[in-house]
Design a protein. Sequence first.
Length: 249
Amino acid sequence: MPKTKSHFHKNLHTINIILKKIQTTLLDAFFPIRCLGCNTFDDWICEECHTTLPILTQQHCPVCKKHTTNNGVVCPECFNITKDNINGVFVASYYNDKLLKKSIHYYKYRFVRDLSEPLSLLLAQALNNSTLPTPDIIIPVPLHKRRLRWRGFNQATELAKSLDLQIPLITDILLRVRYTMPQVKMKNKIKRQENLTDAFVITNNTSIKNKNILLIDDVITTGATLTECAHTLKLNGAKTVFCLVLARE
Ligand SMILES: [Zn+2]
Ligand SMILES: [Zn+2]
C-alpha cells in the first residue's frame, strides 16, 4: 500500500513539473521577453535598467550585521564564535531595490534561467569594487536534488557559470543531502539551525584541502545556509571560505 502511494505521489510530482514546463514554453511563445523594469522588448533587464541596479558601497560583518567591515569579513568581535566558520560575505546589491527583487523572484520562482546573465553582471560589477583575495576554487551553494528537479536548474550554479571568472568551478564535491524547508518560512532561530544540521556533506576532500574557496549564492537570508556550508568545508580542510551573494533578503 505505502509503495503504491509513494509511486503515485512521485508520478504526480513529475506530471506537475512537466505541466509547469509546458506552461512556461507557451507563455514564452505568446508573450515575448520584456524588460522587468521598463517593459521594452527583447531583454529581461535592458541595458538602461541594468545601470539603475544599485551597487552596495558598504559591507557589513555577516554575523552581527552591525559593524562595517572590509569586503564583508567577520568583525573581530564576532570572530571568536565563528573562527571555524565563514570568513566573510560580500553582498553585491540591495534586496529592497524593486527591479532586483522582481528579477530574483522571476529567476527563482518563475524559472527564468536566462536572468543569470544580467544578475551575474551585477555580481561582477560589485566584485570590481572589492579587494577580496582571488579564490582557488568556486563552489555554488548546492540544492537538494528534489529542489533541483523542481526548479530545473541551480540558481547559484548558473550565476557562477555566467560570472565566468576563469577559476575552477566545482559542483560535485559539496552536496546537500537533507531536504530542508526554505529558511524564509522558518522564523524560529533554533528551528532554523536544526533544519540545517548535517544538511551538507563532502564527497571528496582532496580538492578543497588548504584552498581559498568562494561560495556563490543568490541571496543570503539568515546566513544559516552559508554558515553550515562554510563549516562543512572548513571541517574538511578548507583554508578560507568567503561568499558572494546578490543581496541580503
Ligand atoms: Zn528596461
Ligand atoms: Zn560582527
